[in-house]
Write a protein that binds this ligand. Sequence first.
Ligand SMILES: [Zn+2]
Length: 308
Amino acid sequence: MTTILFENPIFLQHETPEGHPERPDRLRALNLALEHDRFQPLVRRRAEQANEDFVLLAHPEAHLRSVMDVIPEEGINHFEADTYASPASLQAALTGVGGAIAAVDAVFSGEADNVFVAARPPGHHAEKNKAMGFCFFNNAAIAARHAQKAHGAERVAIVDWDVHHGNGTQDIFFDDPSVLFCSTHQMPLYPGTGAKDETGAGNIVNAPLSPETGSDHFREAFRSRVLPRVADFRPDLIVISAGFDAHHRDPLAQIHLQADDFDWATAKLMEIAERSASNRVVSVLEGGYDLQGLAESAATHIFRLMRG
Ligand SMILES: [Zn+2]
């Protein structure tokens, strides 16, 4: 497998207040883990800032404007209680979008089999019209739309294993059967959506997990609810909203996964991608707030992408 990692130092310049879990150290911790020799074959590329038009693949112009309005000239401003912006945040968010777009281009051109985009801020809580839950623009949704618009993908599956429900992605594709959205997440937990009966146009699959459950429940939900739907959908591309906050060390949730569970889930999705999508997988970083849990889990996920 050829795996590309998209990164950019601008992602460290999106600042949040002292003590905020979504902090630059997350990417520093991942970078340290990726210094291991086994990551030598990983192709590391610089994500470039996307033209603002790409944001409009998943959000109306009013949303883009409202994000721009919140960016401060100095210090830190906020959208709502937990979602903050610093002077470099717009550039960072647009570079995350740029990474997601370039990732899709790389797997459709054959330059890579799969790609991991190590960006922040994350994206999956960003609804069509709303920045929330640390997220500005929905990178996974933009990637899916770009695959359809620029590369003729007919069906894109987005699998979201972040411990929080991907309400933003669900909102964007709720009435669009060309995109399958499958999510495992703790419930109850922020943002409160993600019940089994939220099914959209039959293209939304929610597999909520009870607090204090672990690997067995996660794998069972994945095996019984997520994998069969993704396989039946025969996607041309699989996008992973890769949050690692279901790791047992994570401070924001109570699901007890191990790094190995992310390896397992990655391998299962890669099997489907091999059958229907010429291996194409684009994985974008979402949450994960314990530095050790995040670094270990994301590194395990990336190493699986590299090995096939
Ligand atoms: Zn999360």
